[in-house]
Write a protein that binds this ligand. Structure first.
Ligand SMILES: C[S@@+](CC[C@H](N)C(=O)[O-])C[C@H]1O[C@@H](n2cnc3c(N)ncnc32)[C@H](O)[C@@H]1O
Length: 278
């Protein structure tokens, strides 16, 4: 267990592109093997991996869940996505995954992190029409849903896939994560979809404090893990598809072609996909 009271970085101002402090988007990029991070992010990523070696499998399984969930939704007829807390572009971004099934799928990416947004604009925005990247705080759904880059790309009179992959843990209890989910769900038409993954706090196989404690250094605050019961409440009102709310690795897993680190029993995130009822 990490004693985060002695962690070396002070809390920083929100929304600043500050390479003196680690950021969730950049540490996650480091753990995924990306290149869009700084020294402080690598330091934190290595500390996390030392404190809880499963963290690398946990982030990879989350990305893998993203791919399966978006593919599932695209086959189910969802052709436009609002990807909240989308992160720094990496392999298998939402529009790339969706377009394997629906070639003209539209995606509005939203992230609070200025570095994630700048990389998104460079790597995605310039290369794909029907895709936009917006810097916005998902804790304020009204502002997200009024952003021109969101309304230009998405047609809210038709079903939208609302994606919240590994981001709701950054919405603290003070910011009413259930209210945030409900607000997005209320603003899309029936038949729309919600896909969620979330760091979970009641998995005995991992030291969740070792992962979440140090995140107090992030400019936007510490990650809050949530139990299965708390997560079930967050998606209450959504008609979940099988297998319901499960560990991310257990959500419609594909056959593994190779044995490797990802064959280890994986954990860390719980995940669910469902539809907004009429
Ligand atoms: C762990 S990463 C997940 C990235 C991506 N969704 C994935 O699953 O691969 C969390 C992302 O959420 C973003 N984030 C955190 N708080 C946010 C907020 N209030 N509004 C929008 N994005 C936020 C971070 O900047 C970061 O890019």
């Amino acid at each position: 267990m990490v004693d985060d009271s002695s962690y070396p970085w002070p809390l920083g101002p929100p929304n600043a592109a500050n390479f003196d402090l680690p950021s969730s988007a950049r540490v996650y990029d480091f753990l995924l093997g990306g290149t869009s991070h700084g020294a402080v992010d690598r330091m934190m990523g290595r500390d996390l991996a030392r404190a809880e070696p499963l963290v690398v499998s946990i982030v990879r399984e989350n990305r893998s869940f993203l791919r399966r969930a978006v593919t599932y939704l695209a086959y189910a007829g969802i052709d436009q996505f609002l990807d909240l807390g989308s992160g720094i572009p990496t392999m298998g971004n939402t529009h790339e995954v969706a377009r394997r099934v629906v070639p003209d799928a539209r995606v509005a990416y939203v992230d609070i992190d200025p570095v994630a947004v700048a990389h998104g604009e460079l790597l995605i925005g310039a290369s794909a029409s029907g895709v936009s990247v917006t810097q916005a705080d998902m804790r304020y759904p009204d502002k997200v849903l009024a952003a021109p880059a969101v309304t230009d790309v998405l047609d809210f009179s038709r079903p939208v896939g609302v994606l919240m992959f590994s981001v709701l843990q950054h919405v603290s209890p003070d910011h009413d994560p259930g209210g945030v989910v409900d607000e997005f769900v209320a603003r899309v038409v029936p038949g729309s979809a919600l896909a969620v993954s979330h760091l979970t706090g009641d998995d005995p196989r991992i030291d969740i404090d070792a992962i979440c404690g140090p995140t107090r250094a992030y400019p936007n605050g510490r990650a809050t893990p949530r139990s299965a019961a708390e997560l079930a409440e967050l998606v209450d009102g959504i008609e979940l598809v099988d297998p319901g709310l499960v560990y991310a690795a257990q959500w419609r897993p594909e056959a593994r072609r190779h044995r490797g680190p990802l064959d280890e029993p994986c954990c860390g995130h719980r995940a669910a996909v469902g539809f907004v009822p009429a």
